[in-house]
Ligand binder design. Structure first.
Ligand code: 3HC
Ligand code: NAI
Length: 692
């Protein structure tokens, strides 16, 4: 049983008890129905209270059950709500902490609702690509009015219970003990008849057509590729235009359709993927962590500044160390300017601005950072410079301090070897702009302590990042994969495509930015620098020379107002560049390659499957712990379209045998060696299995 039944005088109390959030899975639903039956059969019981144990009233339907027969097994949530709503004895929902989705729908089926302050009230289904499917779209507008209910349903955002205290959603706000208050309320209404039902409330909104049309237009414009938001509007519209039971039926039909969509499956995959990423099998949740009350950052460049802001935003004082006063001043000024822009946009209060700016200080002296609990190194990507810095950190940092490197490609084990405390060393790979991007790759070295890893995972939550653990390899998860993607982008240029075509095709697929626009934004010289190193270290790996030729022309990207595209000074809009296109075409001729028309489908397949194949190696080698971790890296750090669920999820949707078949086709073309399927991919495809 996942709900408890107790009788307190004349009041029966049904307490949902399905940790962690009282999800309304099949067992819980059954327990509610049997609790209701027991209460109705007991003559001594005059009223019923439904509440939740632990940290939620209820987080809603059990998402893990979706698309499984259990979701449809009786009693469904509809049946449960029916049983509650048709009760002959008053039912009171006692709401606290979290009341979401199906949980709120259950509460709306009760005759009365009481709540404590601070409860998060939401119908967040849209965030999972669905809509409230157990009457939420029909009942919420009846208690909150059309506009407020529509806003909540389309945004999915929670509203604190106290803000809704004056609406018909709540009959009473309870101060002090919620259950005591709810029982007292239930005793008060025990004899009230007729019993009020939300379904009987009439929605009074004279000009609803105009409002609904306005809502459709607004929501269509912001929904992007997701079908759910517009369907939410249609379902809410039915609350006004249809009889209650017809509206309920209509909502159900929309729900059933949406649950099957790839977009919804992708969003649910991301929901669980984000939570799974924080779990490391050999580092259990009760692993001791180290306190992080102060931080230091080495280097006040592009990354160091953003990293420091993360600490300050979380209320952790941070000292930035630079080599020269000038560089330090420049870095601190950039940080200040960033905060000023946020302040100007009204996204930060003056008080928070002062607080955050005040938490960031600068220094030129290592002695001043020695007492920090964590130090993140963000100096030049050069192993010699990293060696100097880590030697020094080993000398000055207090025992127990975490020594982290933000390196994007270098060997974290080697860096750990520059110290006498490799157990304290870890990679914390932030993404640019570090104060904005959600991804944090947490690179676990061979000797990294479990407590250091656990502390880093905890820290990632504190600074509101999605932390994903990676093993040590060149480029870790994200950059190792992007290298294959970039190589294909280069080969496509040699074979017949131009930057604009490649970018447009992959952006139409849903990427935030194509590889060439991205190169211009990040600086093409960074990749050039890395390739030069690879030409020496890995001469067997081939690259198109077009990117090198571009850099030889001094076209580093937006920073030089010229890259793959032309730019007007001060303007980020890319214009196709005749000189670059001429260079590309000439390069093909020099290679003796006859340029051909390349389809958008080929572009998408070659870029995305290059990611997938490398990811399969990464998974097999144990660099990533699970396929969904790779998806989270790409969704939160590389602009992979959310509605496609990440590269691994996307490959699963296409079907791994189809992916392998396409790769075999490309293996017959130029640079065919890149298309040898990774053993894991070949195996899963042959067995008809998927990554996730
Ligand atoms: N079903 C199943 N598991 C759920 C769940 C749900 N509705 N909501 C949360 N969980 C699980 C999480 O997967 C996680 O599991 P784990 O410990 O094994 O990783 C655990 O509960 C804790 O979740 P969080 O880490 O997110 O805990 P927080 O305390 O930070 O947040 C929360 C709690 C606000 C409830 C948040 O989990 C959340 O937003 N959950 C989703 C709520 C939701 O979308 N509800 C609607 C469901 S769909 C529905 O009701 C359909 C109906 O209309 C028919
Ligand atoms: P940057 O060149 O903008 O900044 C580096 C800063 O470090 C400079 O201000 C420099 O003065 C300072 N510095 C150099 N040596 C130092 C030393 N010995 N002591 C103290 N300060 C020193 O470089 P950026 O882009 O910030 O990169 C830093 C690190 O972050 C590199 O390892 C890079 O690979 C990594 N990284 C960069 C990303 C990017 O998009 N720029 C993304 C993720 C990681």
């Amino acid at each position: 049983m996942t709900a408890e039944y107790k009788v307190n005088g004349a009041v029966a109390v049904i307490t949902l008890n399905n940790p962690p959030v009282n999800g309304l899975g099949h067992a819980t639903r059954s327990a509610i129905v049997s609790g209701m039956k027991q209460a109705l059969d007991d003559n001594a019981v005059k009223a019923i209270v439904i509440t939740g144990a632990g940290k939620a009233f209820s987080g809603g339907a059990d998402i893990k059950e979706f698309n499984s027969p259990k979701a449809l097994a009786e009693p469904t949530l509809h049946t449960v709500i029916n049983v509650v709503e048709s009760s002959t004895k008053p039912v009171v929902a006692a709401i606290h902490t979290v009341c979401m989705g199906g949980g709120l729908e259950l509460a709306l089926g009760c005759n009365y609702r009481v709540a404590s302050a601070g409860a998060q009230i939401a119908l967040p289904e849209v965030k999972l690509g669905i809509l409230p499917g157990a009457g939420g779209t029909q009942r919420l507008p009846r208690v909150l009015g059309l506009e407020m209910a529509l806003n909540m349903i389309v945004s999915g955002n929670p509203v604190p219970s106290e803000k809704l205290a004056k609406t018909a959603l709540f009959n009473e706000m309870i101060e002090g003990d919620l259950l005591e208050g709810a029982i007292a309320f239930a005793n008060k209404v025990a004899d009230a008849r007729p019993l009020p039902k939300v379904r009987d409330i009439k929605i009074d909104y004279p000009n609803y057509e105009g409002f609904l049309q306005f809502s459709r237009n607004t929501v269509r414009a912001m929904a992007g590729p997701f079908p759910a938001p517009l369907k939410c509007v249609e379902a809410v519209a039915a609350a006004v235009t249809k009889k209650f039971d017809d509206g309920l039926k209509f909502e159900r039909e929309l729900f059933v359709d949406l649950v099957q969509t790839t977009e919804s499956k992708a969003l649910r995959h991301a929901f669980f993927g984000e939570r799974a990423a924080s779990k490391v099998p050999d580092v259990p949740e009760d692993t001791p962590t180290r306190p992080i009350k102060s931080a230091a950052v080495i280097g006040a460049g592009t990354m160091g500044g953003g990293i420091a802001m993360n600490f300050a935003n979380a209320g952790i004082p941070v000292k930035i160390l630079e080599m020269k006063q000038e560089a330090l001043d420049k870095g601190l000024a950039t940080i200040r300017k960033n905060y000023e822009n946020t302040l100007k946009k009204g996204k930060l209060t003056q008080e928070k601005f002062d607080q955050r700016v005040g938490l960031i200080t600068g220094t030129l002296s290592y002695e001043e950072i020695g007492q920090a609990d964590i130090v993140v190194e963000a100096v030049f990507e050069d192993i010699g410079v990293k060696e100097q810095v880590f030697n020094k950190l080993d000398e000055v940092m207090k025992q127990g301090a975490i020594l982290a490197s933000n390196t994007s490609t270098l060997d974290v084990d080697k860096i750990a070897g520059f110290t006498k405390r490799p157990q304290d060393v870890i990679g914390l790979h932030f993404f640019s702009p570090a104060n904005v991007m959600k991804l944090l790759e947490i690179v676990r070295g061979a000797k990294t302590g479990k407590d250091v890893l656990a502390t880093s995972l905890q820290l990632s939550k504190k600074i509101k990042k999605t932390g994903v653990v990676s093993g040590v390899c060149d480029g870790f998860i994200g950059n190792r994969m992007i290298e294959q993607y970039s190589r294909q982008a280069g080969f496509l240029l040699e074979e017949g495509a131009l930057p604009e075509q490649v970018d447009k095709a992959i952006e139409k697929f849903g990427f935030a930015m194509g590889p060439f626009r991205m190169g211009d934004l990040a600086g093409n010289d960074i990749g050039w620098y890395i390739r030069k190193r690879r030409y020496v270290e890995k001469p067997e790996v081939t690259y198109s020379k077009t990117a090198d030729l571009l850099c030889e022309m001094g076209r580093f990207g937006q920073k030089t107002s010229a890259g793959w595209y032309d730019y007007k000074p001060g303007d980020r809009k890319p214009y196709p560049s005749q000189v670059v296109n001429d260079m590309i075409i000439k390069h093909s001729a020099d290679l003796g390659v006859e340029r051909r028309k390349i389809s958008d489908q080929e572009i998408i397949e070659r870029l995305v499957y290059a990611l997938v194949n490398e990811a399969a190696y990464i998974l097999e080698e144990g660099i990533a712990q699970r396929a969904s971790d790779i998806d989270m890296v790409y969704l939160t750090g590389y602009g992979f379209p959310l509605f496609r669920g990440g590269p691994m999820f996307y490959a699963d949707t296409v079907g791994l045998p189809n992916v392998v078949m396409a790769m075999e086709k490309y293996a017959k073309g130029r640079h065919g060696e890149a298309w040898k399927p990774a053993p894991l991919l070949a195996k899963l495809a042959a067995e008809g299995k998927s990554f996730n």
